[in-house]
Design a protein around this ligand. Structure first.
Ligand code: PLP
Length: 445
C-alpha cells in the first residue's frame, strides 16, 4: 500500500477506510489531520497551530509531548510489556497504582479495578452494583437510575445509562432496567439542589427501592450536557436519599477526576463519599488508555466473602495493563509535584471571571459556568426566555468554524462551548483561549 503524499490523498484514504467515533461522512470532507503536539498546542499536517481547548478529549491533563510519560511507558514496555492480573497473579505497577489511588480517592473508597476505558468503567460499576445486591440475597435490586444530559459511554450498558437519546435511539432500545431523572441543570431547572435531588427519591419510591441497585451521576455533566455544574445541596441530599433506600451511589468522575475541577475528585467539593467511583481519561493524561473503578470497604467485604464459584466473574484481558499503570503512576506524580490541582482551581477561577466579565451581558450568552479548569459558555437565541437557537441557525458549526479560524480546537455540546484545557496550560495560552472564545461569540451572534 502506497503512503499518501498529499493532504488530499490522506483525506481520501480516511474517507474510504476509517470509521470515526460518532461517524458521519459530513465530518470527513475537510478534516483536521493532527500531526504533533507540544504543551497546550496541537499542530496539523499543514503546520497550523491550534490551542487544545479540550485537552484532546478532556483527557490530556499534562499537555502534549511530556517526555517523562514517554520514558515511563518505555521503561515499562522494556521490563514487562504485558502480564495478566487474572488467576492468582499480580504485578507491581498495578499494586502501586491502587495504593496511590487510595491516597487521593474520595472518602471511603478502598480498592480499585482497572479497565481500558470510561465506558468499560461504567459497565463495571453497573455489573458490580448488581452483583453486590445479588450476593446479599437481593437479586431484584438491578435497576440503574441515571440523569438526563448525562454521558457515560458507548458500550451497550454505558449507552443505556447515558441520558441523551441520540446515543441509543439508532441502536434499538436501551437495556431494560435503566431510567432517567431530570438533571439539576440550574440554568434550565426550576428549583434548588434539594428539589432536584428529591426527584431521585420520587423515582426510587415509584420503582420500589427493592428493585433499584444504583444511582449513577457525573459530578459535573460534560460530554452529554455541556458542563453542567450542580447547585449547592444537590449531592449532599443525593447521598442521604441513597442511604435511606439502600441504593448505591456511583460517581462517574471520568472527566472530573485528577484535578480537573480544582480537587483531586470533584465530589470533594461537597464532601460526599460515593460507594463506587469510576475514572479514566486524565489518569494517564491520555498517553495510553486506562480506566477503572474504586469501591468502598462495604463492597470489598462482600467481594472478599464470596464463595469461589459465586465470585465477581468480571474482567478484561487488558485489565491493569502494566504499561498503562506505569504511565498513570507517572502522571499522578507530576500532577502532585507541579501542584496542578491547586493550579486548576486558580486558573479556572480566572478563566471564568474573564469570560463572565466579557460575555456575561451578551444578549446571546445564557450562562457562563464552570468548576476548576472546566468551563462552559451556553449560547441561546433569546437571553430573556432562555430559548435555544433553531437548528437551521447551525450555531454549533458556525462557532466551531470561527474558533478554528482563530486557532482554538474544542467541542460544542448542547450549544455550549466547552473548555477543559490541559492543567499545564500557561497563563498566556489561557488568556488567548478566552480571547478567542469572546471574539468568536461576538462574531457569530
Ligand atoms: N463517562 C464520562 C463522564 C465520560 O465523559 C466518558 C467519555 O467522554 C465516558 C464515561 C466514556 O469513556 P470512554 O470514551 O473512555 O469509553
Amino acid at each position: 500500500i502506497k503512503r499518501p503524499t498529499t493532504a488530499a490523498a490522506w483525506v481520501e484514504a480516511d474517507r474510504l477506510h476509517l470509521l470515526h467515533p460518532q461517524h458521519h461522512p459530513s465530518e470527513q470532507q475537510n478534516p483536521i489531520i493532527w500531526s504533533r503536539g507540544e504543551g497546550a498546542t496541537l499542530y496539523d499536517t499543514e503546520g497550523r497551530a491550534y490551542l487544545d481547548g479540550l485537552s484532546g478529549m478532556w483527557n490530556v491533563h499534562l499537555g502534549h509531548g511530556r517526555w517523562e510519560l514517554v520514558e515511563a511507558a518505555s521503561r515499562q514496555l522494556s521490563t514487562l510489556a504485558f502480564a495478566t492480573a487474572y488467576a492468582g497473579a499480580t504485578h507491581e505497577p498495578a499494586i502501586r497504582l491502587a495504593e496511590r489511588l487510595k491516597k487521593i480517592a474520595p472518602a471511603g473508597i478502598e480498592s480499585f479495578f482497572f479497565t481500558t476505558s470510561g465506558s468499560e468503567a461504567t459497565d463495571t460499576s453497573i455489573r458490580t452494583a448488581r452483583w453486590f445486591w445479588r450476593a446479599q440475597g437481593k437479586p431484584a435490586k438491578t435497576k440503574i437510575i441515571a440523569r438526563e444530559w448525562s454521558y457515560h459511554g458507548s458500550t451497550i450498558g454505558a449507552a443505556s445509562a447515558t441520558g441523551v437519546d441520540e446515543f441509543s435511539e439508532g441502536f434499538g432500545p436501551r437495556l431494560p432496567g435503566f431510567l432517567h431523572i431530570p438533571s439539576p441543570y440550574p440554568y434550565r431547572f426550576d428549583g434548588d439542589g434539594e428539589a432536584a435531588a428529591d426527584l431521585l427519591e420520587a423515582a426510587i419510591l415509584r420503582e420500589g427501592p427493592e428493585t433499584v441497585a444504583a444511582f449513577i451521576a457525573e459530578p459535573v455533566q460534560g460530554g452529554g450536557g455541556g458542563v453542567i455544574v450542580p447547585p449547592d445541596g444537590y449531592f449532599e441530599r443525593i447521598r442521604e436519599i441513597c442511604d435511606s433506600h439502600d441504593v448505591l451511589f456511583i460517581a462517574d468522575e471520568v472527566i472530573t477526576g485528577f484535578g480537573r475541577t480544582g480537587k483531586w475528585f470533584a465530589l470533594e467539593h461537597w464532601g460526599i463519599a460515593p460507594d463506587i467511583v469510576q475514572f479514566a481519561k486524565g489518569i494517564t493524561s491520555g498517553y495510553v488508555p486506562l480506566g477503572g473503578i474504586g469501591i468502598s470497604a462495604r463492597i470489598k467485604d462482600v467481594l472478599d466473602g464470596a464463595e469461589s464459584d459465586r465470585r465477581w466473574w468480571h474482567g478484561f484481558t487488558a485489565s491493569a495493563h502494566p504499561v498503562a499503570c506505569a504511565v498513570a503512576l507517572e502522571t499522578l506524580r507530576i500532577i502532585d509535584e507541579e501542584r496542578l490541582v491547586e493550579r486548576a482551581a486558580g486558573q479556572g477561577g480566572a478563566l471564568l471571571g474573564r469570560l463572565r466579565e466579557a460575555l456575561g451581558w451578551h444578549p446571546h450568552v445564557g450562562e457562563v459556568r464552570g468548576l476548576g479548569l472546566l468551563a462552559g459558555v451556553e449560547l441561546v437565541a433569546d437571553r430573556r426566555t432562555r430559548a435555544r437557537f433553531a437548528p437551521e441557525f447551525r450555531i454549533a458549526s458556525k462557532l466551531r468554524a470561527e474558533l478554528l479560524a482563530r486557532g482554538l480546537y474544542t467541542r460544542i455540546v448542547n450549544d455550549t462551548i466547552c473548555l477543559a484545557p490541559p492543567l499545564t496550560t500557561t497563563d498566556t495560552d489561557l488568556s488567548r483561549i478566552a480571547d478567542i472564545v469572546i471574539d468568536a461569540v461576538e462574531t457569530v451572534c
